[in-house]
Design a protein around this ligand. Structure first.
Ligand SMILES: N[C@@H](CCC(=O)N[C@@H](CS)C(=O)NCC(=O)O)C(=O)O
Length: 268
């Protein structure tokens, strides 16, 4: 790959892609957005992220960087001119920020996903787990922000980008599952931070609105339901019109078994 400048391979409605867009905008880096179709992945995506085949990919002077957390840290390390750092300067504070980012991606987002598929008591338990996770994040916010507006202090930082890009997807889940996650009686600091983050000028034009997020999740859900129905039809044995009478089986002929189709969920 030999193109120069900065390109982002991504989709509009992706938390992970939005992280990269916000980080570049905060650092005042111009970039070209190359729109990807995840239902028919381009050669560019397959070549630039051959391991995970996912967006976002940052292409900087022809070099490919994958995984949103890695990309945001790369942006922070690369564009340092205006002295604005997304990660804190102190090594311990940097470690703490990275810890909570990993917690959010590896532990909390899966809990948020579980709410959409669980029903009845399982759904209540899933909501309780997700709220417990938010209470931990609220406590972390109080410690890390030290009374300022953002995790990053007076300015948006690494953790603000990582967690903040999920906010409207969290609100969309509240609407769709009819549950309360961002409860100001339980997580007052985080709820105040949410309002501040989503109204920030750099952020507000990039994030989808809650209504858009609901629409996108409904669309993916409908696709998943249709794909499952198609899979069921494919797996159903077709009536065999040439069936032999009992005792007249042909020992040389075996019925080919239908192959189950493997469905890959598309993540928001
Ligand atoms: N851990 C990755 C997650 C990226 C991700 O899940 N991207 C989704 C779009 S939101 C994707 O490309 N999905 C395509 C697929 O799963 O095949 C990151 O932080 O960049």
């Amino acid at each position: 790959m030999v193109s120069s400048g900065v390109q982002v391979v991504g989709t509009t409605y992706s938390t992970y892609v939005n992280r990269v867009q916000i980080a570049l905008n905060l650092k005042s880096v111009d970039f070209e957005f190359i729109k990807e179709n995840l239902f028919s992945k381009s050669d560019l995506l397959l070549k630039s992220n051959p391991v995970n085949k996912k967006v976002p990919v940052l292409i900087h002077d022809g070099k490919c960087i994958c995984e949103s957390l890695v990309i945001v840290q790369y942006i922070d390390d690369t564009w340092t001119r205006n002295g604005y750092s997304l990660l804190p300067c102190d090594p311990y504070d940097r470690a703490v920020a990275r810890f909570w980012a990993a917690y959010f991606d590896e532990k909390w987002i899966p809990m948020w996903r579980e709410i959409s598929t669980a029903e009845g008591e399982a759904k209540e338990a899933a909501v309780a787990r997700a709220v417990e996770g938010l209470v931990l994040l609220d406590e972390a916010f109080v410690q890390i922000s030290k009374g300022k507006a953002y995790f990053g202090g007076d300015e948006i930082g690494f953790l603000d980008i990582v967690i903040g890009t999920m906010v409207n997807w969290i609100k969309a889940r509240e609407v769709m599952a009819n549950v309360k996650l961002l409860d100001e009686t339980k997580i007052p600091g985080l709820v105040r931070w949410v309002d501040k983050f989503i109204s920030n000028d750099v952020v507000k034009n990039i994030l989808p609105s809650t209504d858009e997020a609901v629409e996108v999740m409904n669309y993916y859900r409908a696709r998943a339901v249709a794909a499952r129905a198609e899979q069921k039809t494919e797996l159903k044995p077709k009536p065999n019109r040439n069936r032999r009478k009992p005792g007249k089986t042909d020992p040389n002929k075996t019925e080919p078994k239908p192959k189950p189709k493997i469905l890959k969920p598309i993540r928001t």
